[in-house]
Design a protein around this ligand. Structure first.
Ligand code: RNT
Ligand code: ZN
Length: 423
């Protein structure tokens, strides 16, 4: 029997098993097809960007560790690596770009002078693939961020520089959204904070509120650009105090009607983003996720199919939130093949969503309402070992991407033919 035939046969058997629990796997597959995940460009070059040759994150309290050979050093290399990764991920996805990835043509253009022209090749690339784009101003790896403060800096001139950066980036985001026919989520994350106990927690927060109000001052068409703000608990160098804390941005997002970005690595280790989704969406129209994996701290490991990832996907699907949650990825591991990192993390995000889509949700809900919490637990546990792999494999085959570990052979080949020649 051919591989394809075997996959189909396994799928038919699985479909029957799920149908016994009133789950329609064909429908789940149709539903997953429509979900786009935003792939973060910065996994491809360890958050380096193209402002200066061979740059890396130089401040901001985030860190890529590892020295795996073959990282992308030019925009064309990064696009080629993304092409490879995308060819191994089922479905149609988005690109999430940071402002440091502009193509400045060797000119000295500072961040407050960026324009859409510096991103036109990225936009053309996305257009040719019918992909949407998301965007991020870069408030780190810059001399004016070296003091650890940007939008909340006590110096008015430094603040102005970063406000202007935020403003030009929103315009670039809107241009991307317009060109690609799908709103660009422009996400603001700043590193501002103190290593040690501050004497004044209040003033930086008031300054940040005022700076953000200026950044978001110009009304833009929401069909083109959506603004998001990302909180954080602590960073390296901002252990004691982060200006943009969760409470700060929750209040900001609700009062200004912008998106809240929840990064899964930005909370206390026993706090979970899965539980924050329905809470936030009770008051906000839309949110953005940065799906990451922290280990003891905000370490940005590659996303695995963990219980928390499944819980996040479960919340999105069960809540009927697929249209209100923008799913972005945010990890950067430089110790393994970077293309494989994208593929592993993105395939896991999609697997988690598909798992949620084949959950016996109706029966579980009924049991809960009836108060039969014993059966609820029993069914949740039984459904964990239903033949999910057969549904996932079938979806991959239908989407024309490699099934199972076969995608890794292609990564190895690309490593041999392309990455290893980069020196
Ligand atoms: C940092 C934030 C932020 C960055 C990216 C590169 O802690 O998570 O989202 O990871 O902007
Ligand atoms: Zn993030």
């Amino acid at each position: 029997m051919s591989g394809a035939k075997k996959i189909k046969q396994a799928y038919i058997a699985a479909k029957g098993r799920y149908a016994e629990l009133d789950v329609n796997t064909d429908r789940a597959i149709e539903q997953l097809k429509k979900v786009s995940v935003s792939l973060h460009c910065w996994q491809g070059d360890d958050v380096g960007g193209f402002e200066k040759p061979d740059a890396g994150i130089s401040d901001g309290g985030i860190q890529a560790t590892g020295n795996y050979p073959g990282k992308a050093r030019t925009p064309d290399q990064l696009r080629s690596d993304l092409d490879k990764a995308l060819s191994l991920i089922p479905g149609k996805h988005r690109l999430n770009l940071h402002a440091i990835y502009g193509e400045l043509g060797g000119r000295n253009i500072d961040r407050d002078e960026l324009g859409v022209e510096h991103f036109s090749r990225w936009i053309d690339w996305a257009k040719s693939k019918k992909m949407g784009m998301d965007f991020n101003p870069t408030f780190f790896s810059h001399p004016k961020a070296a003091g650890g403060f940007t939008l909340s800096h006590p110096d008015k001139n430094i603040r102005k520089f970063w406000i202007d950066h935020g403003k030009v980036c929103r315009k670039i985001g809107a241009a991307m959204g317009k060109a690609l026919g799908t709103p660009c989520v422009t996400n603001v994350w700043i590193p501002d904070g103190y290593k040690d106990v501050p004497a004044d927690r209040k003033s930086p927060r008031e300054r940040l509120r005022d700076s953000l109000d200026q950044v978001f001052g110009e009304k833009l068409n929401k069909k083109h650009n959506l603004d998001a703000v990302e909180s954080k608990l602590f960073g390296i160098g901002s252990e004691s105090y982060v200006v943009g804390s969760h409470e700060f941005y929750m209040g900001y997002a609700v009062s200004r009607n912008v998106l809240l970005c929840l990064d899964t690595g930005h909370f206390h280790p026993t706090e979970v983003v899965s539980d924050k989704i329905s809470s936030s969406l009770t008051f906000l129209d839309e949110i953005l996720l940065h799906v990451s994996r922290g280990i003891h701290w905000d370490s940005d490991h590659v996303v695995i199919l963990s219980d928390e990832l499944k819980a996040i996907a479960g919340e999105i699907v069960r809540g009927g939130y697929l249209d209100r949650v923008h799913i972005g990825l945010d990890f950067f591991d430089a110790s393994i093949n970077r293309i494989a990192a994208w593929v592993i993390g993105t395939r896991n995000m999609l697997k988690a969503l598909l798992l949620a889509m084949v959950e016996p949700a109706e029966i579980l809900r009924k049991l809960e309402l009836k108060g039969d919490l014993t059966s609820r637990l029993a069914l949740i546990e039984e459904s964990k070992t239903l033949p999910f792999a057969a549904v996932w494999d079938y979806y991959c085959m239908k989407q024309d991407v490699p099934v199972g570990m076969a995608w890794m052979d292609e990564v190895k080949m690309y490593e041999k033919n392309v990455l290893s020649k980069r020196g």
